[in-house]
Design a protein around this ligand. Structure first.
Ligand code: ATP
Length: 459
């Protein structure tokens, strides 16, 4: 049996070696007695040459085999055995440009159907792909995941997840998994998906917020969770999903909540640097596809207070209330101003007004209109929201009551602060939102494997 070699590794082999490769038929072209097949495996493609009737290494291709291959449907999965040859001219259509395979035998392992809902060739170029309704691509997500675009996006996604996990562990964060089935409603804020738990009202967790704080109250110092978050919001935007992957962390503070801001900033800038190095070709392909401007970020933290951000917006003509949260349009506008002034797409706004933050957010003792809450912005879009939390039981209970939250609906959470609670802060960000902003994708649905939004529950 000849060795099975992945298409991406073929260039390390010597000429005339006989190998087995597997892949999907991307395209076929006939030139007289020659058949040129392009085989694809993920992001890698290889030209395979089939010569009718002529024996190679003692193997001749029968007419029927040649005809079968000539007619085989694109996307069919085949195993090819062939001789590695150097190409005379670079094969521009393939990622393996200097190597091709002269076919001596093959097995048609799985034949694709004749009518593909999406042909992968039409998705290769942005202008052509743009004509395919996005819903149709998502209806056929399995095929859509085979496109170069999706292959590149989800490789970067994997790199992102792996790096964040490694980074946080090195910073002595412990990975936790908190329940997603919650009695009552998980946090107040966003609308929950309600369900029946053996006759008791329950919901799907809108965030691990209360639980990660309870774990700190349970004696752990730094924790993080990467897991699903559910929001029953009818948001038909390019930034909202009804289920997304939350990356949440929570840590004890030494002196100030600036510690967590600095840590998050270091995490994000080192993440972007690493991804740019490790996935340069994927990122270049994605950015060329969407004509995205390259990401700018500064190694030193760029932060401004909420009133400073409001002043920048006002100076550029926006009229708004002092304590209103930023609208999507204002986030965009602010992003453009900061890019121009500081040459960065990543920055932090600190000290949000209490009126727009959840009840557990620490109130600024010097100016109680504001809090120790912050958001990170990337390419003019919120990617992370965090805050120092109230750790004093009495204050926390009063604040919950003031916002109309009945104590009995979260007694387990509130009680956790009665037994000695240290100062702490944390943050939550959405993986899909982060990936979307980092890569400059036009819609968060591109960065979810099987997106869930109000109009989609399948596949
Ligand atoms: P937004 O104001 O953008 O709706 P939010 O204030 O509701 O977001 P948080 O509840 O603070 O967001 O969630 C923290 C992070 O989770 C956000 O910064 C974002 O990265 C991500 N996120 C929030 N809601 C969604 C959503 N519906 N779909 C995808 N990601 C989300």
């Amino acid at each position: 049996m000849h060795a099975l070699v992945e298409i991406k590794n073929l260039s390390s082999l010597s000429e005339q070696e006989i190998v087995r490769v597997r892949g999907r038929v991307f395209s076929k072209k006939v030139h007289g007695t020659l058949l040129f097949l392009i085989l694809r495996d993920g992001l890698h493609t290889l030209q395979v040459i089939v010569v009718k009737g002529k024996a190679v290494a003692g193997h001749a291709f029968s007419d029927s085999c040649y005809d079968e291959l000539r007619k085989v449907e694109n996307e069919s999965f085949i195993e090819a055995i062939g001789i590695v040859q150097r190409t005379e001219k670079p094969v521009l259509a393939c990622s393996q440009q200097k190597i091709e395979l002269r076919l001596i035998a093959y097995t048609l392992m799985s034949r694709a159907t004749l009518t593909l809902p999406i042909t992968l060739k039409e998705t290769e170029r942005a202008e052509v792909a743009a004509a395919i309704p996005y819903g149709k691509r998502l209806d056929n997500r399995v095929l859509d995941l085979r496109t170069r675009l999706s292959q590149a996006i989800f490789r970067v996604n994997d790199g992102m997840l792996g790096y964040i996990q490694k980074y946080l562990r090195e910073e002595e964060f412990m990975e936790i998994k908190t329940p997603k089935l919650i009695g009552g409603s998980s946090e107040g804020g966003a609308a929950p998906f309600r369900l029946d738990y053996f006759g008791e009202p329950a919901c799907l967790a809108q965030s691990p917020q209360l639980y990660k704080q309870m774990v700190l109250m349970g004696g752990f110092k730094r924790v993080f969770e990467i897991g699903p978050v559910f929001r029953a919001e009818h948001s038909h935007t390019t930034r909202h999903l009804t289920e997304f992957v939350g990356i949440d962390l929570e840590m004890l503070l030494d002196e100030t909540y600036q510690e967590v801001i600095q840590l998050l900033y270091r995490l994000l800038t080192s993440l972007f640097t690493k991804l740019n190095e490790q996935y340069s070709s994927e990122i270049a392909f994605i950015q060329a596809f969407f004509h995205t401007t390259p990401l700018l970020f500064a190694p030193e933290l760029v932060a401004l207070t909420f009133p400073e951000a409001v002043a920048l917006l006002s100076a550029s003509g926006s009229t708004r209330g002092e304590e209103e949260d930023f609208s999507t349009e204002e986030e965009k506008q602010l992003g453009a101003i900061i890019r121009e002034q500081y040459q960065t797409d990543l920055y932090v706004v600190t000290g949000y007004p209490a009126a727009v933050r959840p009840f557990y957010t620490f109130i600024d003792p010097e100016n109680p209109t504001y809090t120790y809450g912050y958001d990170f912005m990337l390419r003019g879009m919120e990617i992370l929201s965090g805050a120092q939390r109230i750790h004093d039981y009495k204050l926390l209970s009063e604040r919950a009551a003031a916002l109309g939250i009945a104590a009995h609906t979260m007694s387990h959470y509130l009680e956790a602060f009665q037994y000695g609670a240290p100062p702490h802060a944390g943050a939550g960000m959405g993986l899909e939102r982060l990936l979307r902003a980092f890569l400059g994708l036009p819609d968060v649905r591109y960065s979810s494997l099987f997106p869930r939004y109000p109009k989609r529950l399948y596949p």
